[in-house]
Design a protein around this ligand. Structure first.
Ligand code: C5P
Length: 212
């Protein structure tokens, strides 16, 4: 049996009624919620307040990636929403990651700030084309940035944990499937297998939201 607090439901909806219907059917003691670009762009911070009012902890998944000053200011705004977790793209570089960590310090925030490594949609060929190296090499480069900036953990594929593994960092993993669909992830995995590989939190979208 999986500890349900390890489950983060990805609310990839663009309709607030559908979201309300979904969250009214689940118990905040059983999971956390992830709000991403689709929902946040349409409905904004008030959605986070609604989730908080219903007792849910929220992962704000906006994957900030910009010049350091802009990311600093965006993180200040995000931390002020009292989200449980927030993320940046580690490929924005060391200075950008440090700027995000400074925002956390300046807000005296207890939110977790985690770094996206190579997206779970990217194959070795994609990584070669974008970064000029294999997926595993890109992961090592991003791991160094994460450790130097001392972010709280990683967003990565469960299959990448082996390369990224380090003490006291969180591993938040999308690409989880309870059926045999892969959709746009380079490889999918079951919740049980992801936990065995060291995942601390499972980001699950369509396998849950399409099943209700
Ligand atoms: O529906 P599914 O379970 O595939 O949803 C995966 C979720 O994880 C999506 O909200 C997607 O934006 C997110 N994701 C992520 N980081 C990645 C890959 C996917 O946050 N590297």
């Amino acid at each position: 049996m999986i500890d349900s607090k390890k489950i983060i439901v990805a609310l990839d909806y663009n309709d607030s009624e559908e979201v309300s219907k979904f969250i009214d059917s689940i118990d905040p003691s059983l999971c956390r919620l992830k709000i991403g670009k689709e929902l946040f762009t349409k409905y904004g911070p008030k959605t986070i307040q609604e989730f908080h009012d219903k007792g849910f902890e929220v992962f704000l998944d906006l994957k900030f990636h910009d010049i350091p000053t802009t990311v600093y200011k965006a993180c200040i705004s995000a931390f002020s929403l009292n989200v449980w977790m927030l993320n940046i793209h580690l490929s924005g570089g060391y200075d950008m990651a440090i700027a995000a960590m400074k925002a956390k310090k300046d807000c005296q925030s207890n939110s977790k700030l985690i770094g996206v490594t190579a997206l779970t949609s990217l194959t070795d060929d994609d990584c070669l084309r974008i970064y000029g190296c294999k997926r595993s090499d890109q992961l090592k480069r991003l791991k160094d940035i994460a450790l130097d900036a001392n972010v709280d953990g990683f967003v990565c594929s469960p299959y990448d944990i082996d390369i990224l593994r380090v003490k006291n960092k969180l591993f938040v993993t999308p690409g989880i499937r309870t059926d045999d669909k892969v959709n746009d992830h380079y490889k999918a995995i079951t919740p049980q297998e992801a936990l065995k590989l060291g995942s601390n939190y499972l980001v699950i979208g369509r396998s849950i939201t399409n099943s209700l």
